[in-house]
Ligand binder design. Structure first.
Ligand SMILES: Cc1cc2nc3c(=O)[nH]c(=O)nc-3n(C[C@H](O)[C@H](O)[C@H](O)COP(=O)(O)OP(=O)(O)OC[C@H]3O[C@@H](n4cnc5c(N)ncnc54)[C@H](O)[C@@H]3O)c2cc1C
Length: 458
């Protein structure tokens, strides 16, 4: 129990808002898009700036309470919401300043992708971020950051120049290539394990318009489409990012969609590059067109309304071989829910693969395909059958999946799964955890246990 006077002192020391159980706004503040997550923090501190974040860490340290950190709240595992602890909510920290001459941007940690893109696009600039604008820049970037510009410019975290981090002892450290460079290495891929990022500085690039969108095929053609995509993907320049997805359209039509974004400067060249796709087979619809970068970045938002139940299984693939294609085609349109993506296949290539495995803490550089079953449904009573089906599909794919997965797509699967997500960089991350967070203060994440905590468990 914490004395009421201590809580009152903490509350009055903050510039931002506080929500406690029973307060108006408490339920909205603890809610995240995934309805599976229903936790009740004792205090939610909606920080107004870095000083509030420091105050939160010091208060939690002093009173030995668990802390969770909310950026955009999109963690499918719901790691941003703790039970009975202090939720450090960064969602009001939305300061952003673009330097169009240097082509950089300094962004506070509560920005969402759509907000960030809007500010940088005002100058014709952008950097790699994900494809759903409501996602938070922080969680996405600190875990990796797959998106439409990835093959040309690397992951979101490959574009980081510096990150301000509040560490487990309540200090704010600037991290970049020359200051606290070990921590800078670690925050790029360790998904919030080493501290709370209060602001992030990114490199920007001239981007837009783009040639992109989706070609939709009847789901019965999944096998043929995947065989085509495997060959086509080999021909793609860095300017193109390609994804495939099995889904149902809003009118209920089951389709296999091939989604592309060409971000080069010549639309004519883009037409040439994408022509084989647009000539392939007999699609239901070809919705590829020239559009603004902001348009392509918001294309997927309607497919992910908040409040649905979500469960995700995902791993990188050894290869997209004939047998894997056979399994994927077999599971097409078999999900118990019309809102499920089964699967999403992301094609990873280009700049992301030219960064060494140990250059940043993010290790998964050399697998061409990321396989994801992204199940969404509407009623709690449907949870069991949807989770079971997702696992069945993933089990069937096992022979074709590598051990590691992209940490940002991991549901709550326990320590071994989390460990595999950090791959060969795990031991170096443990050393950093020992240095910067030896008591595992930051543990509401896909956790890297410092040595003492790991010993205590074993
Ligand atoms: C609909 C949807 C679409 C997605 N699309 C993409 C995509 O296109 N590309 C892609 O790469 N990923 C994508 N993701 C995955 C996404 O990257 C992760 O869910 C990511 O964790 C979201 O970040 P967030 O800030 O919104 O989440 P949060 O839930 O707020 O945070 C996620 C994790 O990061 C920690 N964290 C958050 N902010 C900070 C901070 N400032 N400092 C320290 N730790 C912090 C949290 O504690 C938590 O452990 C998508 C997810 C969803 C639900």
């Amino acid at each position: 129990m914490i004395a009421e006077s201590a809580i009152q002192h903490f509350i009055s020391s903050l510039r931002g808002q506080i929500f406690c159980p029973g307060d108006p706004g408490y339920d909205a503040a603890r809610r995240v898009p995934n309805a599976m997550i229903d936790r009740r923090p004792a205090i939610i501190a909606r920080c107004a700036g870095a000083a509030d974040v420091i105050a939160c860490v010091r208060f939690a340290l002093e009173h030995d309470i668990v802390v969770s950190v909310r950026g955009g709240g999109h963690s499918v595992a719901g790691k941003s919401v703790c039970e009975a602890g202090l939720m450090v909510d960064l969602s009001a920290m939305k300061g952003v300043r673009v330097d169009p001459l240097k082509k950089t941007v300094r962004a506070e940690a509560g920005l969402k992708l759509g907000e960030f893109d809007r500010e940088t696009q005002a100058f014709g600039l952008a950097t790699t971020l994900g494809v759903v604008p409501d996602t938070g820049i922080s969680g996405l970037t600190l875990g990796g950051g797959f998106g439409n510009l990835m093959a040309k410019y690397g992951l979101a975290l490959d574009n980081l120049i510096g990150v301000d981090v509040v560490t487990a002892d309540g200090r704010l450290l600037s991290t970049n290539a020359s200051e606290n460079s070990d921590l800078f290495w670690g925050v790029r891929g360790s998904s919030g394990n080493l501290g709370i990022a209060t602001s992030l500085e990114y490199r920007l690039h001239e981007v837009g318009p783009v040639l992109g969108g989706a070609v939709f095929y009847p789901v019965s053609k999944t096998k043929e489409v995947l065989h085509f995509c495997r060959e086509f993907a080999e021909t793609l320049p860095d300017e193109v990012v390609l994804q495939g997805a099995g889904l149902k359209l809003p009118d209920g039509t089951p389709v296999f969609a091939v989604v592309v974004c060409y971000c080069g400067s010549s639309m004519q060249e883009g037409e040439k590059v994408l022509q084989p796709l647009r000539k392939f087979g007999s699609p239901l619809t070809d919705a590829i067109q020239v559009m603004s970068y902001l348009e392509i970045q918001s294309m997927f938002q309607p497919f992910f309304p908040p409040g649905r139940y979500t469960y995700v299984k995902s791993n990188f693939m050894h290869s997209l071989n004939d047998e894997a294609i056979e399994i994927i085609a077999g599971f097409a349109d078999k999900s118990p829910s019309p809102y499920t993506f089964a699967p999403i296949l992301e094609h990873w290539h280009g700049a992301v693969a030219r960064v060494g495995v140990s250059e940043t803490a993010f290790p998964h550089r050399h697998h061409s395909y990321n396989f994801i079953v992204w199940s969404n449904w509407e009623k709690a009573s449907d949870s069991e059958k949807n989770i079971q089906w997702t696992r069945q599909y993933w089990e069937a794919m096992q022979p074709h999946l590598v051990a590691g997965s992209y940490v940002n797509y991991v549901s709550d699967e326990g320590d071994a799964f989390a460990r595999a997500a950090y791959g060969p960089n795990y031991d170096r991350l443990v050393s950093l955890k020992n240095k910067y967070d030896p008591t595992n203060f930051f543990r509401m994440n896909h956790n890297i246990k410092p040595t003492k905590a790991a010993q205590a468990v074993s």
